[in-house]
Design a protein around this ligand. Sequence first.
Ligand SMILES: [Zn+2]
Length: 125
Amino acid sequence: MPSPTDAGGAKSPRPWLDWYRDQRWRGPNGRRIKQLAAEPWCRFHAKRGERVKATTVDHIEPHRGDPDRFWNGALQSLCHHCHSAVKQSHEAGRRFGCDAAGAPTDPSHPWFEGGKRSGKAEGER
Ligand SMILES: [Zn+2]
């Protein structure tokens, strides 16, 4: 792992934005490519029996800046639209409804908890 060159500078409040630019994520052998190769179709649409090409790789369990979850957590392939719906759900902190786009209603997904998971501390660095 290369050492950061911006030591002493302003710290990004969202270090994972850099992780998404990391070769380990988006490189030719990165997690993103591997996930899309393994699952080329949007998972949410697939649940409805539809085939939509996935363009986005999403963390099933929100990583919330936790590098372990980011690099080791389970992934799913989504189309741009479904991924946006997931994001909005996170930011709004509320449950998914069912929307016209066919957003998932699967209540077993961790993000439906919308908040902290009991027993686990938020990531400390
Ligand atoms: Zn989709």
